[in-house]
Design a protein around this ligand. Structure first.
Ligand code: CA
Length: 704
C-alpha cells in the first residue's frame, strides 16, 4: 500500500497539466459564438455513470491520460411520436393504408433522422474539442469520435477512472455525467463509450465429448460426432418440404469477432451445400478479438437452412460504442431483411440512455422491414451469473423491436431423425440454460398484452420463440480445423434468421412485403387457432426460475417452429392480410375513328386494391403514327405535352376513381386501318399496369 500515494500523485500531476491544455479548446472555440464560456454554458447529460458496477468495484487509479478512448455522440430521432404511430400502423393488418408499407432508408432519414445542420454542429463541436472524427453515419444519429483520455475528460468535464471488480475484471468509468455546451442541449442526447463496464458476450457452448463416447449405432443426428447436420435440422423441424433456400436474400450477422473462411468452406463441402456467399463489413475499424467460434457457427447455421443466401458479416469492436455503431450500420445499409445477433449483455450492465440509443436503431430496422433475432442468453433466468444471481434478462433480446430467441433441448428419433420431444434447455446453474424472464426496463409491448400466460402484465416478457440450444443435442460445426458440437442460444438465433430468409424469398417472389418485425405476427399466431400446428409448444422443464407451460411461457416463449406449417402461414398471408393499392386503368375509344377527323379516347383510373395510393399517379399515352394529340379535358389532371402524360396528385382511396380523361386526337388522312395505342398507369405505390387499345378506323369514304 505504501507505493500507492506516490503513484497516484504522479498521475494527478500529468492530468492537471494536460487537462488545462485541452480545456482551453472548447472555451476558445465557443467563446467566438457565445461569448466567454462559463459553467452555466454547459448542460449535464444524465445517466452515464455505470453505478451498479462502480458501487461494487474498487477504484484503482486514473486512466492512463494517453489511452485512446472511442465514444459516439448520440443524436435523437426527430418526430418520435409519429414514428411510434407509424410502427403501430405498419404492423396492423387492419390499417389498409400502412400495413406492410416499409420505408426505404432514404424515406426514414427524411422523416425521422436528425437534421444535417444539427449533425454538422456536432461535428464542428467535436473538432473544436480536439477530438478526431472517426466515422459518420448516414442516418446522422451517431458520430464516432476518439481522443486520448485527457482530451475526452476535458471535452466532457469529467475524469475517467480505472476500477476492479471483486472477481478481478477491470473497467473504466467516468467520475460524473458528461457535459456538453448548451447550444447542443437539444441536439445530443448522450455519449456512448465513456465506460467499459458492460461486457458483450457471445452465447455458445461447446459439447465436451470424446470420440469414444459416441454411439455409432445411432443414425441420427447424422453430422460428424453425432451433431445435427443441416438436413437433420430440416427433418426434425419439418422443413424438408420447403424448397426455398434463401436465394437473393441477404442475412446480416452482427459480430464482435472474426472467422476463418476455410472453416466455412469445409462445412459446405462436407454437406454438399453451394459455396458460401460471404461479405465482410468492418465497422469502426472492425473487431480486434480474432477468430471466434461464435462467428463461425453463426455463419454455418445460417447457411444450413438458407444455403443460397448471401451472408453479410458485420464485424465491430467489443465496446458499447462499437456495438451501437455496428447495429446502426446494419440499419443504415438496409441490405438485409433478416438479421441475427448472438452477442448480448445483462440488461442491468448498461445504462438506460444506452438502451434507448439501441432502441432507436431497432425502430429503424422495424420501419424498414428488417427482422432482427437475438440470442436470449445462456444463463437461464440469471443473465449476469456468475457475477450476480439476480433475475436479469439479456439485451438486446429484451428490446421491444427485437425477437428474443430462447433455447431448448431437442430429442429426435435416432433411426429416422423425426422430432420426438423438446424441453427447456437447462444443464444446471453455471452450466448453461435458456435465457428468459422479464425486462426491468421496457414496458409490455402491445402485441404481448393479450397473452394470458405471460409472467409480467406490465413489462416486456422474453423470449419470444426458441429452438434447440442444448450442446448435448447440439449442432455439428467445423471450427478451428476440426468438427465440434455446439449449443447455446447463439445457435438458435441464426437458424431463425435463415428460416426468415426462406420466408422472405417467397414473399418477395409473390410481390408481397417482407415479413418485417415478426413479433406482432408471431403473437397473433400464438394466440390464434394455428398455434399448435405452427409451433411446438414447450411444456417441460424450466430455465432455473421460469417454468415451461401450455402456450407462451417465459422459459421458451411460444416454442420452436413447426417449419413447413409456420412457413405456409407466414407466406400465404392466412394470419394477416397483405394490402396494397392497385391502380386499374380503362382505356377506350368513344367511337370509331375516321381519317381526317378528330377522335376521342376515354381514360379512367380507379383503385381496385385495398389500400390508398401513397403518392401521385401518372398515366402515359403512346399513340401510333397517324394519330396526334389535339386537346384534353379531365378535372385535376396536369398534362405534360412532350411526354404525353397526365398526373393526378390526389391520393386515391380503395374503390374510388379519378375524374375521367377525355383525350382528343387528330386522325391523319394516311392513318392505317388498325390503330394500336397503349396507356400505362404508374406511381401511387401500385404496380405498373399497361393496357392496349385497338381501334379500327372507319372507312373515310363511308364516314364522309
Ligand atoms: Ca409453452
Amino acid at each position: 500500500m505504501s507505493s500507492k500515494p506516490n503513484f497516484w500523485r504522479i498521475f494527478m500531476k500529468n492530468r492537471l497539466f494536460s487537462s488545462f491544455k485541452y480545456l482551453m479548446c472548447p472555451m476558445l472555440a465557443f467563446s467566438l459564438h457565445v461569448g466567454a464560456a462559463t459553467s452555466n454554458d454547459f448542460v449535464e447529460l444524465v445517466d452515464h455513470v455505470p453505478t451498479k458496477g462502480v458501487n461494487k468495484a474498487t477504484l484503482m487509479h486514473p486512466l492512463d491520460p494517453n489511452q485512446e478512448i472511442h465514444v459516439s455522440f448520440v443524436l435523437p430521432l426527430r418526430n418520435q411520436k409519429e414514428l411510434d404511430d407509424l410502427l403501430e400502423r405498419i404492423q396492423d393488418p387492419a390499417d389498409h393504408e400502412h400495413y406492410g408499407k416499409h420505408l426505404t432508408s432514404e424515406e426514414f432519414i427524411e422523416r425521422f433522422a436528425p437534421f444535417q445542420e444539427d449533425y454538422d454542429k456536432v461535428v464542428a463541436y467535436a473538432n473544436s474539442l480536439g477530438l478526431t472524427v472517426q466515422d459518420t453515419h448516414a442516418n446522422r444519429t451517431l458520430l464516432h469520435v476518439s481522443g486520448p483520455t485527457q482530451a475526452i475528460e476535458a471535452a466532457f468535464n469529467l475524469l475517467l477512472h480505472q476500477y476492479v471488480l471483486p472477481e478481478g475484471r477491470q473497467f473504466y468509468a467516468p467520475s460524473k455525467n458528461p457535459e456538453v455546451h448548451t447550444s447542443l442541449a437539444s441536439v445530443v442526447s448522450g455519449v456512448v463509450g465513456l465506460d467499459s463496464y458492460a461486457q458483450w458476450h457471445s452465447y455458445h457452448h461447446r459439447k465436451e465429448t470424446s470420440p469414444s463416447s459416441l454411439d455409432a449405432s445411432q443414425a441420427f443426428p447424422s453430422g460428424p460426432g453425432g451433431g445435427f447436420a443441416p438436413k437433420d435440422i430440416k427433418t426434425a423441424y419439418n422443413l424438408s418440404g420447403v424448397t426455398t433456400n434463401g436465394s437473393k436474400q441477404i442475412i446480416a450477422l452482427f459480430e464482435l469477432a472474426s472467422y476463418q473462411a476455410s472453416d466455412i468452406n469445409t462445412y459446405t463441402q462436407h454437406f454438399g451445400l453451394p459455396s458460401p456467399k460471404l461479405k465482410n463489413i468492418l465497422v469502426s475499424g472492425g473487431s480486434s478479438s480474432g477468430i471466434d467460434a461464435e462467428v463461425t457457427l453463426d455463419i454455418e447455421l445460417a447457411i444450413a437452412l438458407a444455403p443460397e443466401s448471401e451472408i453479410y458479416v458485420y464485424e465491430g469492436p467489443n465496446s458499447n460504442q462499437g456495438v451501437l455503431d455496428t447495429y446502426n450500420r446494419i440499419a443504415t445499409d438496409n441490405h438485409a431483411k433478416q438479421v441475427s445477433t448472438s452477442w448480448g449483455s445483462g440488461e442491468d450492465t448498461v445504462n438506460t440512455q444506452y438502451l434507448h440509443a439501441e432502441n432507436a436503431i431497432f425502430k429503424q430496422m422495424a420501419a424498414q422491414g428488417q427482422t432482427i433475432y437475438a440470442a436470449a442468453g445462456d444463463s437461464g433466468a440469471y443473465d449476469d451469473y456468475p457475477h450476480n444471481k439476480s433475475l436479469i434478462v439479456d439485451d438486446p433480446a429484451s428490446q421491444p423491436y427485437v425477437v428474443g430467441v430462447g433455447g431448448t433441448s431437442l430429442k429426435v428419433n435416432t433411426s429416422t431423425g423425426a422430432y420426438l420431444t423438446e424441453s427447456v434447455w437447462n444443464n444446471g446453474l453455471g452450466n448453461g440454460a435458456a435465457g428468459g424472464g422479464v425486462s426491468a426496463v421496457w414496458p409490455i409491448p402491445s402485441w404481448q398484452t393479450n397473452v394470458s400466460t405471460v409472467y409480467s402484465k406490465s413489462k416486456r416478457n422474453v423470449p419470444d420463440v426458441a429452438l434447440d440450444a442444448d450442446p448435448d443435442t447440439g449442432y455439428a460445426i467445423y471450427f478451428d480445423g476440426k468438427w465440434q458440437i455446439f449449443g447455446g442460444t447463439s445457435c438458435a438465433a441464426p437458424l431463425w434468421a435463415a428460416f426468415t430468409a426462406c420466408v422472405n424469398q417467397e414473399l418477395t417472389a409473390a410481390n408481397k412485403p417482407a415479413l418485417g418485425f415478426a413479433n406482432p405476427k408471431i403473437y397473433a399466431i400464438g394466440t390464434g387457432a394455428a398455434y399448435t400446428t405452427d409451433f411446438h409448444d414447450i411444456t417441460i422443464g424450466n430455465n432455473l426460475f421460469y417454468h415451461a407451460s401450455k402456450g407462451y411461457d417465459n422459459a421458451s416463449g411460444w416454442g420452436s417452429f413447426n417449419g413447413a406449417n409456420l412457413y405456409t402461414n407466414l407466406t400465404s398471408g392466412n394470419s394477416f392480410s397483405i394490402t396494397a393499392p392497385h391502380c386499374h386503368i380503362l382505356f377506350q375509344n368513344e367511337a370509331p375513328f375516321t381519317q381526317g377527323k378528330t377522335g376521342t379516347y376515354e381514360i379512367v383510373v380507379s383503385n381496385s386494391g385495398n389500400a390508398s395510393t401513397t403518392h401521385p399517379v401518372t398515366v402515359t399515352i403512346n399513340l401510333p403514327s397517324g394519330v396526334t394529340y389535339s386537346s384534353f379535358t379531365g378535372e385535376g389532371w396536369s398534362f405534360n405535352h412532350s411526354a404525353l402524360s397526365f398526373t393526378h396528385s390526389h391520393l386515391l382511396h380503395p374503390g374510388s376513381k379519378y375524374p375521367a380523361i377525355q383525350l382528343h386526337v387528330e386522325i391523319a388522312d394516311t392513318a392505317p386501318s388498325s390503330l394500336i395505342s397503349t396507356a400505362t398507369v404508374s406511381g401511387g405505390g401500385s404496380p405498373c399496369e399497361t393496357v392496349t387499345n385497338v381501334v379500327d378506323r372507319a372507312n373515310a369514304a363511308i364516314g364522309n
